[in-house]
Design a protein around this ligand. Structure first.
Ligand SMILES: Cc1ncc(COP(=O)(O)O)c(C=O)c1O
Length: 428
């Protein structure tokens, strides 16, 4: 890698020194295999410091929807950097944040029109939950402070967000008894679960602020899919019991399930929606919590205590908003949704040979998400390493091997990803 010296193993000089100090995410630092040192990225490729080039099946936790280093986003960020990287939004505003808020309101359905910016998905979820509770507080109701959330769900790693993740199967099981209590129940998919859900609301509506769900796809909780009817049921229940319906589209937003937002495909307008991940096309951290007018109206008052008391230091960061505006340009100018549809068809074809393999429980595809669910994975790290040996970056978790590639990925690159999965899974 240019500019770096190398040690005896050929790693750049910053690698060993830095690894002794960095604390990596979701990793048992003692036993995890050493991470791969990356030198640069382009398109759907990750170039390692040792010169190997991997085809990326994950798009960096599905953020890099236009591929890495898209010149249009890079140019927009460079231009913004020259004029103003950041100013606080306390008492100040700027063109990038206001333009982005206007554009997000225009591309979301219904009157989802008031945009609050933060820097990560988890914080966007915290803000959504806080908005929902304060919606009731501002109306003088102090009892409605809990949420209904769903088994298999994942909403982030901060305390409030962890409390609405799946408490058993989710990754925060160690915290189970320490988090604020909510009602985490099965999605109302069939008659029995719908009846149980209805009974829960009947019994507990007075203490509920809202319902939070990942629409159409529960991502980090296991890449499980459900259909629009489930979301329509949630909308009807929320209306019946006056609950705020929160769609967490941090995973599903920006074309991942085949439409720009999952709520559009489902024909349901939530009261609050959270966005992040692909919002900046994978270049800079940014998240948004967007409320319908009836929600923001509850904060519109002469009473200062009715204001939303939240203000991350970097809220509305100008560089991140410039990247997000440029990313929206690309969704407008380039055929991303058609590309997602083509990816869906290629994933169906490419992963089909996995059906019927001894260890495979299920193969499923929705939009640009392909999933091969196994009976179990005993050695996750070993499996991940086998994919690298095949020249691809694929990072299974739990019992699923999945692909969420850049929407711009080439046909042959995608075929190499699916072939690698077929190869590796058929030898398990
Ligand atoms: C649906 C959903 N909500 C929230 C989050 C948390 O986002 P972040 O990791 O940016 O805090 C994620 C991250 O995977 C997610 O998929």
């Amino acid at each position: 890698m240019s500019g770096s010296k190398r040690d005896e193993e050929g790693e750049p000089d910053w690698y060993e020194a830095g690894l002794a100090h960095v604390w990596l995410p979701y990793a048992q630092m003692k036993t995890a295999r050493p991470p791969l040192a990356v030198a640069r990225t382009h398109g759907a490729r990750i170039v390692l410091a040792d010169g190997r080039e991997l085809i990326d099946g994950i798009a960096s936790w599905w953020t890099a929807c236009h591929g890495y280093n898209h010149p249009h986003i890079r140019d927009a960020v460079e231009r913004q950097l020259k004029s103003m990287p950041h100013v606080m939004l306390g008492g100040l505003v700027h063109e990038q944040a206001l333009t982005l808020a206007t554009r997000l309101a225009a591309c979301l359905p219904g009157d989802l029109e008031r945009v609050f910016f933060s820097e990560s998905g988890s914080v966007a979820v915290e803000v959504a939950m806080k908005m929902a509770v304060q919606f009731w507080l501002n109306r003088g109701v102090r009892s409605r402070k809990k949420f209904v959330a769903f088994t298999g769900g994942y909403h982030g790693d901060t305390t409030g967000a962890m409390a609405v993740c799946d408490p058993q199967a989710g990754m925060h099981a160690a915290f189970r008894d320490l988090l604020p209590e909510h009602h985490v129940v099965p999605l109302p998919r069939d008659e029995a679960s719908a009846a149980a859900f209805a009974r829960l609301l009947e019994r507990h509506a007075d203490e509920l602020a809202g319902i939070i769900v990942e629409p159409l796809v529960q991502g980090a909780g296991g890449m499980r899919f459900h259909d629009a009817a489930v979301l329509q049921r949630l909308r009807a229940a929320a209306d019946r019991y006056e609950l705020l319906l929160i769609f967490d589209e941090i995973f599903t937003g920006f074309g991942r399930t085949g439409s720009l937002f999952a709520c559009q495909a489902a024909g349901v307008v939530p009261d609050i929606i959270t966005l992040s991940k692909a919002l900046t096309g994978g270049t800079l951290p940014l998240a948004a919590t967007i409320a319908r007018r009836k929600v923001s109206d509850a904060f519109w008052s002469d009473d200062p205590l009715h204001a939303l008391m939240h203000g991350p230091t970097y809220t509305g960061n100008a560089l991140a908003c410039a990247a997000a505006n440029a990313s929206l340009d690309l969704f407008e100018r380039e055929p991303r949704l058609a590309q997602a549809a083509a990816i869906a068809a290629a994933l169906e074809r490419g992963l089909a040979p996995c059906r019927g393999l001894p260890r495979v429980k299920d193969v499923r595809v929705k939009g640009a998400i392909g999933v091969v669910e196994l009976d179990r994975i005993d050695d996750l790290d070993g499996l991940r390493a086998r994919f690298v040996e095949q020249g691809v970056f694929i990072r299974p978790f739990g019992s699923v091997v999945y692909l969420t590639p850049a929407l711009t990925i080439g046909e042959e690159e995608l075929a190499r990803l699916t072939r690698a999965i077929v190869n590796v899974v058929s030898r398990m």
